[in-house]
Each structure stands twice: as structure tokens, then as C-alpha cells.
Ligand binder design. Structure first.
Ligand code: IFM
Length: 447
């Protein structure tokens, strides 16, 4: 599948792999606080050590290069690179400079997310994303990073999954900072998206030549019922999961049903000019897709998840449903005529993997990936411009509230020894990439 220009990559995020939370003047983040709070993460796990990528980064770059991917998506830890007074932290910046330089030397294209959920705690202490001012602090951070790392980055992404930051962080409390009120979620979302708009301007000012976009997680919602109330519930689910983010970004407004039907009285405070800032043209849109949900009406204005029996699931309990990725890409193209070129910035699955005799046998992941590659290919055949695909994740890592139990990596990590072992899926992915390269060469060179 996919033209020779199609980019294949792997992805990670700072708090999930770096560890070294006290090194070189890094400030505390909301995830340090959250995971230190009893009962918030499985087994009390935290990112304190994670994959020790902060010290093992060179070995990890070798791993990435060894896989033969074209690109690597990573995120920068805001609390590592900026002091509380807004000045640059040279030691933190040097870490990313070294990492990005080495990736470039190995011929790997670098896609950098500015915010993958590790908000500095001192900003949370002033209200976090409920405080409008945080959007401007994010723009300052974006300007600092774009200025300092300019020339080392091939694609910028402002935010990773604002839906998760807003809904899981402020709507149901499953993620840091652990607040739970739909009105908080909608206001936090508005400030996150404002931050995105301001951040985009800052990136374009300080690193004008590099494409910039944002990453949204999307979910497929269907119903196994023919009751109109259940069909409407599935529609509302997708509205809440997808259009709550995509509509402001691409059409400059929030879906009215969100605040009128789903969460009455929860509309955020929007000031004149805000929506224009949010709706600036994107060079690309990152899409993260994992699963489908089966919905029924909750009997009032909302929906409830009624898991289907007899379907294939992952270690997360998520249904494996590649068709959902094709469906959503086609729908976004139909509903948003200005849909920019898309990268699948995350897709992958968790399984309970173990090393046996030096090998990790993970057939479900190999099959999962193949089926999702095919779904992307089908969407491209239907006219959606998809430019690349990043597997989540390069290696097993800190899966937020689920700690280290859930293993999403192509590479297995032994958290006691920090040994990395390529799972069979990594070997298969490497072979797939080698074959694709060989196929792109003139026949005379490959025979
Ligand atoms: O691990 C996360 C990642 O940080 C954001 N997207 C979903 C992944 C799997 O849950």
C-alpha cells in the first residue's frame, strides 16, 4: 500500500518513557502529582523511572533506526525546558537538541508534539486549563521551543488529544489533574484549543518553514439497536468524541448539540475572536484511532456504552475494529471539505506480552496492524489524503492510569533491567518496511 512518499513511523511521549523527573532542573508536572496521589494509577505506578529514556536515548535511537522507519513522533516535556519564570532551561533543551540531532543524522524525520499532557504543576496551581491565561503561557512555551529547536524538527504538533486532556482530566477525573465536571471539561477544551491557535502562530513566527498541526483522538460509535433513540445516542457519541474537537478547528464553531442536549448549560465562555484563533489553517491533522464503542441511549439526553459480546478485544478491553478507521476518515473528508492532509499519528494495541527464550510472540498485534494498514489504504483509495502512519508505540511504557501493566510497544521493556527486546511484531514491521523499500527500487537493483 501507499505511495513511495508515504511516511512510516513509531511514536512515544515524554512522560511515558523519559523518567528522570528530577534531572537537570525539570519542574514537577501534573502527572507527577496525580500519580503520587493514592488510588489514581494502577499499583501506584508513576513516570518516575519509566523507560529511562532520558539516559538511554542513544540506544533508543539505534532501536528506531534498526526498525527502518522513516519517522519518529516524540513529545517535549514542558516542565523540562522552561523555568517557572518563563526563561529557557538550557539543560532540558540540550537533551532534546542531542536527541533530535542524532535522529536527523540517522535519516529519521522528527515529528514533535509540544503538549502530551505533562502540564507544569505551577500552572495547574493557578487553575491549569481552566485558567484562560494558560493558553498564553502555552504560546510562550511554543515560541521558546520553536526558536530553540528550529532546524531540528520536520513537523510540529501543538497538542496531543485535547479530548483526553479536557474530558479525562477535567470531565471524569480519570487523568490528571483529576477534576470531574462537564462544565470544567468544556471550558478546559476551549482554553486548550485557544492555546493551540496561539501556539500555531508562535511556531509559524519562529520556525516558519516547518509544517504544523494538531493531533486529535477519534472514536467510532455505532449501535446494535434499530431504536431511533439508540441511533441518536451513537451520533451524539461521535459528536462528543470527534466533532467537539474537529468542528472548532475546521469550521470555527462548537457542535450546538453538545451544550444543548448532551451537557445542557455547559457552554464555555468564548470571547470575540477566539474561534478565529482556533480555526487557523492547519498544514496537517494528526488522527489517533484505537477502537469502536457500541452505544445505547441512557434514557435521557445522553448515551451509555454497552459492550458487544463475541468481538475481538485487546488487553485494554478495546474492540478491534479497523473498519472504524476507514469509516471515520471518509466521514471527516465528507463533513469537513477543508480537511487538511492527515497523518495517522497513533494506532496500535496493548497485549500482555512476555519474553520467552529471548522472544516475544505477539500475533494479535501483527494482525491488528496489518488490518489497520489496510483500512488506511482503503480510505486513501476513497480519496482521503493520508501522508503517513505512526505505530503506537515504539516501546512499552507508562500507560497513564493503567501504569505499566498495559504493553503497547513494538519493543518489550523489562522495567527491572530496562532490557529492550524486539517483539515479533517489530520484526514483522521491519521486514514489511524493507520489502517496501526494495519494491520502490528499480528492478535492476533488486534482482
Ligand atoms: O498511551 C496513550 C497515548 O499517550 C495517547 N493516546 C492513546 C495511547 C494509548 O492509550
Amino acid at each position: 500500500m501507499a505511495s513511495p512518499g508515504f511516511l512510516w513511523g513509531v511514536a512515544t511521549a515524554s512522560y511515558q518513557i523519559e523518567g528522570a523527573i528530577h534531572a537537570d532542573g525539570r519542574l514537577p508536572s501534573i502527572w507527577d502529582t496525580f500519580s503520587a496521589t493514592p488510588g489514581k494509577t494502577l499499583g501506584g505506578d508513576s513516570g518516575e523511572h519509566a523507560c529511562e529514556h532520558y539516559t538511554r536515548w542513544a540506544e533508543d535511537v539505534d532501536l528506531i533506526a534498526d526498525l527502518g522507519v522513516d519517522g519518529y513522533r516524540l513529545s517535549i516535556a514542558w516542565p523540562r525546558v522552561m523555568h517557572a519564570d518563563g526563561t529557557p532551561n538550557a539543560a532540558g533543551l540540550d537533551f532534546y537538541r542531542r536527541l533530535l540531532t542524532r535522529l536527523g543524522e540517522r535519516g529519521i524525520r522528527r515529528f514533535v508534539t509540544l503538549y502530551h499532557w505533562d502540564l507544569p504543576q505551577h500552572l495547574e496551581d493557578r487553575g491549569g486549563w481552566l485558567n484562560r491565561d494558560t493558553a498564553w503561557r502555552f504560546a510562550d512555551y511554543a515560541a521558546l521551543v520553536a526558536r530553540e529547536l528550529r532546524g531540528l524538527v520536520d513537523g510540529w504538533m501543538t497538542l496531543n488529544e485535547p479530548w483526553c486532556s479536557a474530558f479525562l482530566g477535567y470531565g471524569n477525573g480519570h487523568h490528571a489533574p483529576g477534576l470531574a465536571d462537564p462544565r470544567y471539561a468544556t471550558q478546559a477544551m476551549h482554553h486548550l484549543l485557544l492555546g493551540h491557535g496561539l501556539g500555531l502562530q508562535a511556531i509559524r513566527e519562529h520556525d516558519p518553514g516547518t509544517p504544523a498541526g494538531i493531533v486529535a483522538n477519534v472514536g467510532r460509535g455505532t449501535t446494535d439497536s434499530s431504536d431511533p433513540a439508540d441511533i441518536e445516542a451513537a451520533r451524539l457519541y461521535e459528536l462528543q468524541h470527534n466533532d467537539w474537537v474537529l468542528q472548532p478547528l475546521l469550521a470555527g464553531r462548537y457542535p450546538a448539540d453538545l451544550f444543548e442536549r448532551l451537557w445542557p448549560g455547559s457552554a464555555p465562555l468564548v470571547l470575540p475572536g477566539d474561534m478565529d484563533l482556533i480555526r487557523q489553517p492547519l498544514d496537517f491533522l494528526g488522527i489517533n484511532y484505537y477502537f469502536r464503542s457500541n452505544l445505547r441511549s441512557d434514557g435521557a439526553t445522553g448515551f451509555r456504552d454497552v459492550p458487544l459480546d463475541g468481538v475481538e478485544r485487546t488487553q485494554m478491553g478495546w474492540e478491534v475494529y479497523p473498519q472504524g478507521l476507514e469509516d471515520l476518515l471518509r466521514r471527516f473528508k465528507a463533513v469537513y471539505p477543508n480537511l487538511p492532509p492527515v497523518y495517522i499519528t497513533e494506532n496500535g494495541m496493548a497485549s500482555d506480552d512476555a519474553v520467552v527464550d529471548g522472544r516475544v510472540d505477539d500475533p494479535q498485534r501483527q494482525s491488528y496492524l496489518k488490518r489497520h494498514f489496510a483500512a488506511v489504504s482503503a480510505a486513501m483509495d476513497a480519496g482521503v489524503e493520508v501522508r503517513g502512519y505512526f505505530v503506537w508505540s515504539l516501546m512499552d511504557n507508562f500507560e497513564w492510569a493503567f501504569g505499566y501493566e498495559r504493553r503497547f510497544g513494538l519493543v518489550h521493556v523489562d522495567y527491572t533491567t530496562q532490557a529492550r527486546t524486539l517483539k515479533d511484531s517489530a520484526l514483522a514491521f521491519r521486514t514489511f518496511l524493507q520489502q517496501r523499500r526494495a519494491a520502490a527500487l528499480p528492478a535492476a537493483l533488486t534482482t
